[in-house]
Design a protein around this ligand. Structure first.
Ligand SMILES: CC(C)(COP(=O)(O)OP(=O)(O)OC[C@H]1O[C@@H](n2cnc3c(N)ncnc32)[C@H](O)[C@@H]1OP(=O)(O)O)[C@@H](O)C(=O)NCCC(=O)NCCS
Length: 192
């Protein structure tokens, strides 16, 4: 079961400053935030591909089961090129661990020119070894603030989460996302 949630960006965001303050205090000075639009900087692309592979493994899927995906820089560049050719804009926020240089977290928001009032939440992931530092909150908030500042026509952000994804849903609810629908998914196992 997937929960579909929406955040109306025209609504007041009184919770965002305290949430960001608490998240920054928890993450401390160990992490730095990065942001880009479209193409990932070359020096970060390999690490981003590793985190993108983890999306297919770490995300709860209820009773459905999917094959793990393999991502590398070529596949990442292919997705970026396809988005660009389709006229889509991807805003990416990420967090890097200063001590090790490891990319620890990323989140992607996608904008479609045919629906300028809408932003779609794509991947969000924190690498397992870096969880518990509120990096998910920080990267999501960074992107939401960028949307507000750079794309004032956007009125709503949509996101889809597995109904059992408590950790992601807790962050989304705190940021003001509200349930807007559910969909059920079925999987048929094919026997040879
Ligand atoms: C959702 C997610 C980004 C949150 O990570 P995060 O920002 O590190 O989470 P928080 O810092 O808010 O963690 C809050 C608490 O939950 C724990 N926690 C977070 N994610 C957890 C997980 N997947 N499994 C178990 N515990 C988790 C943290 O350790 C922390 O515990 P503490 O308060 O006792 O220290 C992360 O769980 C994740 O990457 N999940 C897999 C990818 C995913 O599901 N993406 C969403 C797809 S729609």
């Amino acid at each position: 079961m997937e929960r579909f949630s929406a955040r109306d960006l025209r609504e007041h965001d009184a919770a965002w400053d305290p949430l960001e303050g608490e998240a920054l205090a928890t993450a401390g000075a160990e992490y730095e935030l990065l942001a880009w639009t479209g193409s990932c900087p070359e020096e970060t692309a390999g690490q981003l591909a590793v985190l993108m592979s983890r999306m297919s493994i770490d995300t709860p899927t209820g009773e459905l089961s999917y094959d793990p995906e393999q991502w590398d820089v070529a596949r990442l560049r292919n997705v970026e090129d396809t988005r660009q050719r389709a006229g889509l804009t991807a805003l990416v926020a990420a967090a890097r661990h200063r001590g090790s240089g490891e990319l620890a977290a990323y989140s992607v928001l996608q904008l479609t020119p045919s629906n300028p009032w809408l932003a779609d939440q794509d991947d969000t992931l924190v690498a397992a070894g870096h969880r518990g530092h509120r990096l998910g909150m920080l990267v999501k908030l960074r992107n939401l603030r960028r949307i507000r500042a750079e794309f004032p026509a956007v009125e709503r952000v949509f996101t889809y989460d597995a109904a059992e994804n408590d950790h992601m849903l807790a962050i989304n609810v705190a940021l003001g996302f509200r349930p807007a629908g559910y969909d059920g998914e079925w999987q048929r196992a094919l026997t040879a």
